[in-house]
Design a protein around this ligand. Sequence first.
Ligand SMILES: N=C(N)NCCCC[C@H](N)C(=O)O
Ligand SMILES: O=C(O)CCC(=O)C(=O)O
Ligand SMILES: [Fe+2]
Length: 349
Amino acid sequence: MIGNCRGFHSIPIIDVQKLRDSGSTLDERKRVGFELDRACREVGFFYVRNHGICDDLTTRVREMSRRWFDLPADVKAQIALTADCKQKGFRGYQALGSNVTRYDGGFQRDWHEAIDLYKHFDESHPAVMAGLPLHGPNPWPTQIDGHREALETYVQECISLGADLLRGIALGLQLDEDFFGGSNAGDPFWVMRIIHYPPLELSAAPSGSESTFAALMGEEVERSVQLSCGEHTDYGLLTIVNQDENVSALQVKNSAGKWVAADPIPGTFVCNIGDMFKVWTNGLYQPTMHRVINISSAKRRISVPFFYEPNFNTRVEPLSQLCGSEPPRYPGITYGDHLQSKVFQNFEI
Ligand SMILES: N=C(N)NCCCC[C@H](N)C(=O)O
Ligand SMILES: O=C(O)CCC(=O)C(=O)O
Ligand SMILES: [Fe+2]
């Protein structure tokens, strides 16, 4: 079952209506699961259509966030991630260049500003009182009327969509339909990033932006070239990306090292699988490298990825039914530990 064919050149679009419709039959859901399984094995990315989240909410979340990023720096700084972020659960606003992507020994500053939110815990929650890493209250943005409410509604919608997509993926893997419920990911330690990518200035370009763009679509990018978000895989289970409809910026790497654009398709979300799938499926599903480069237009870009993750304490181990006769290829890991090892490296502030 291993031996993924990942020389993809496009990203499949999957109609997930039968996963959302409470009147669907198991066979109908299995058919969607079969398509999701193929996309996860061959690409690691897919678009979902007929996903059931109202376009009006999806758009409102981006538009209100765009207005929030237009606020003066000192207002945005009211919810800034500061040097004590480790104690405060790494939630809040990060200015341009404070989020970094690491690569063998070095790091590069990502050219975006963002608000990071996670599953919310009140100050009085026992996990917060006990000082558990990454647990804490969210500093919700409140300056734009209705923004917080829209974000909170959107989180609930994404949790519901994510849970249904994971039921389909479980069927595609021939697991129990509820495998990703309960103590595995039934209480997801979700993350939401609200991101503003200003257009990159290619002043360092050797000869005009057209040739630089062509070079950037090739295999290697010079470290000196500023990226909107450096190449990475996502840390958890399933990412659901709500992106602006008029900017091309998200790119996905295939096995030949070529970048495939994950351009916006109205009415859909781009979804991708994270590191935990690699472990649970013993490598059958590999998280796909991706990055963001906003240079193809002079426009700025808003995107709001929602990360549906396992429970914080979930122990993730290769499933024996997916190992076959092979020994496990990956050691077991606790999701919260993996998340910490990543997030603690993400900031230079
Ligand atoms: N919670 C998640 N998955 N966040 C993904 C952020 C990716 C960007 C980060 N600079 C990095 O290098 O990973
Ligand atoms: O903005 C995007 O399209 C994706 C951002 C991303 O990959 C991430 O935040 O993990
Ligand atoms: Fe990502």
